[in-house]
Design a protein around this ligand. Sequence first.
Ligand code: NAI
Ligand SMILES: NCC(=O)COP(=O)(O)O
Length: 345
Amino acid sequence: MNQQQTPTKTPVIALTLGDAAGIGPELIARLLSQPGITDGANIVLVGDPWLWQDGQATAKQTVATQPVTSLAEVRTRPDQHLPAFLAVDTIGPEQVQRSQAQAACGASVLQVLDLCMDGAKRGEVDAICFAPLNKQAMKLGGLKHEDELHHFAEYLGVTGYFCEFNTLGDLWTSRVSSHIPLKDAASVLSKERIVDAARLIYQSLQASGTAHPKVAVAAFNPHGGDGGVCGREEIDIIEPAVRELRASGFPVDGPFPADTIFLKARDGQYQAIVTMYHDQGQIAIKLMGFSKGVTVQGGLPVPITTPAHGTAYDIAGQGVADVNATFNAFQIARRMGAARRPPAA
Ligand SMILES: NC(=O)C1=CN([C@@H]2O[C@H](COP(=O)(O)OP(=O)(O)OC[C@H]3O[C@@H](n4cnc5c(N)ncnc54)[C@H](O)[C@@H]3O)[C@@H](O)[C@H]2O)C=CC1
Ligand SMILES: NCC(=O)COP(=O)(O)O
């Protein structure tokens, strides 16, 4: 066993199969079939055995795993070359109709993610990477919040600002609002939220190794409000936030018209953009690299990542889903998880 694989240093990464009616199980089968996938990662897949079999059958892959009976035993497994498999019983095959949002699928996702977060709270899991879930199914299955991130934050006792980061290679975005109706996006804009979203992404980039990240703040209205004739959010809210950030030592720039700031970021002038609402960032990121994007759940005490795409019900079960974004999400979880481990003795 080389030094990177010593039980204490290698991060334990919990993987989940996601929504049972979507492309998650087949993606995880593809992911775990990649050569060298366990290098530098002590993987534990948490899922229902029949669903895992189903994912492998759809992906036409057979993945050897090592059964474990608890997350607690994963870190000290003597041989970590195979992913560990923790079998749970959260849903039966008779409860799942492929490609439909169903309460049983949402409830199963919640149960599995809560189990992984419990492991993280006990120090048994260093990062979590989940295959796509479906927010409608989760709502039907008992999710109380507007999205899973708010559930994670409550479950993990987060009191500070949190928001999704969407990453495409070296470019990151954070958000001032996320999974809410677009008609409400203006009403939740505030100087405080913009300051928090900018600080969080600035500090997160620094923590991930960019000493002086260049962060841009997007405007909200067309052409940045055009001096107030096309909306006043820039003048009343965003510019004061940028001034406050700069005064407190965060050298962010903006607000910039949202339809062109991504061109500058794509060309390397900025490493991060603070966006005002979900699609402002996501349309740009997904156009630049749909099959690569990753969502990182920012502001949580444990790294949680997932591909930027969703459950893709229209292609689930066909074995054609692209695994790249899931691979990237796993690699980010692995790196973030490794950063939390004590240095090797
Ligand atoms: N990682 C996660 O858990 C995410 C979950 N979602 C959830 O997924 C559900 C469906 O969301 P939609 O907006 O319909 O987006 P979607 O990403 O599931 O699908 C949009 C289009 O992209 C295609 N697509 C998605 N992933 C693909 C892949 N790996 N390979 C090839 N084609 C792919 C689909 O076939 C579809 O045509 C929603 O409930 C949403 O909340 C959305 C984004 C991320
Ligand atoms: N389930 C994760 C999720 O929906 C994140 O997707 P997005 O809001 O970043 O598009």
